[in-house]
Design a protein around this ligand. Structure first.
Ligand SMILES: Cc1cc2nc3c(=O)[nH]c(=O)nc-3n(C[C@H](O)[C@H](O)[C@H](O)COP(=O)(O)O)c2cc1C
Ligand code: SF4
Ligand code: SF4
Length: 290
């Protein structure tokens, strides 16, 4: 097939998946393929079905949330038009390489039912945006590995190479259970978000929330029941006014923004090696494969 145009749909709460989607787009464009980056929250907001016939290859990317994908991503998949055997690749970003399989097959099934022929799936590990802040040298190393993995991935996609992730029983059970927990966890998380007295009603969180879950009421910022657990409002409030009444242990205390680290040439990506021991030992295998 002669490939003319590639469309990459993605959701990104705090920027990791956006960075990876951009890496894919840049790689395809460097190879002279016309490529469009399509943030799904904008498409959902406009409530118009995207024109899939414009594209010869489609990509879909999402962050992993509790072994699964965020609700907003599944909502988007549910609204996709049917197509006829459209060549499709998927990618997901997660804070840990253990997230192989799992949500990938849920997403593949949703797409396959509508005629999207998924032939290439990738896991790109990025820093976790919850609980623990990764060391700067690990953040840099994960980014550098992501660049290499995406480069290899785009080559494989253009060659039509099949790369489907395998699911073992453990992952199937984990994904099923965590997927259920994710959807109830998201509404619970959203319900207990609060804006403190530090809030100056600048309106940024209201404008930025991907699900329009935040609004102003009687000179207060309030949160509704449509939260997709993306953490964007918590990390991006300029006043640091947003927290969660019961689940604040999930929030990285110093905030989450990796662009400074990625763009700082003084930070070396050398955290993991074959000598690494302890929790991050299993990252070495992921990092050596590209
Ligand atoms: C609610 C929530 C649940 C998460 N669950 C997982 C998980 O199960 N496994 C994992 O490896 N990372 C998990 N993460 C980390 C993210 O997948 C990871 O940081 C991702 O790259 C964030 O992408 P984004 O910046 O595009 O939103 C979770 C993050 C959030 C906010
Ligand atoms: S971004 Fe922060 S300061 Fe601005 S309205 Fe929202 S909570 Fe208030
Ligand atoms: S309320 Fe905050 S965490 Fe929930 S979807 Fe909106 S921006 Fe994301």
């Amino acid at each position: 097939m002669h490939i003319q145009k590639i469309g990459i749909f993605y959701f990104s709460g705090t920027g990791n998946t956006k960075i990876v989607a951009n890496l894919y787009a840049t790689e395809f464009q460097n190879k002279r393929f016309d490529t469009n980056l399509l943030p799904i929250e904008k498409i959902l907001r406009k409530n118009i079905a995207p024109f899939m016939s414009d594209y010869d290859i489609l990509g879909f990317g999402h962050p992993v949330h509790a072994f699964s994908a965020p609700k907003i991503f599944f909502d988007f998949l549910a609204k996709l038009p049917n197509v006829d055997n459209k060549k499709t690749f998927t990618f997901k970003t997660a804070g840990d390489p253990l997230c192989h399989g799992g949500s990938t097959s849920l997403v593949r099934n949703c797409l396959s039912k509508k005629g999207y022929k998924v032939f290439h799936e990738s896991l790109i590990v990025m820093p976790a945006n919850v609980v623990v802040k990764y060391d700067d040298s690990l953040i840099k190393q994960l980014y550098e590995v992501a660049v290499k993995k995406v480069k290899r991935g785009t080559e494989e996609i253009l060659l039509g190479k099949i790369n489907l992730q395998k699911n073992n029983l453990w992952l199937k059970i984990g994904t099923y259970l965590f997927n259920k927990a994710e959807s109830s966890g998201a509404s619970y998380f959203g319900k207990y978000l609060i804006a403190s007295d530090l809030c100056n009603l600048c309106g940024k969180c209201i404008k930025d929330c991907p699900t329009r879950n935040i609004s102003k009421h009687n000179e207060n910022v309030i949160f509704g029941n449509k939260c997709t657990f993306c953490m964007r409002c918590v990390y991006n409030c300029p006043e640091g006014a947003i927290s969660n009444k019961y689940m604040n242990f999930l929030v990285i205390k110093k905030g989450y923004n990796i662009l400074n680290v990625i763009n700082d040439p003084k930070i070396k990506g050398n955290y993991i090696s074959h000598k690494t021991k302890g929790y991050f030992k299993h990252f070495y295998k992921y990092m050596s494969e590209y």
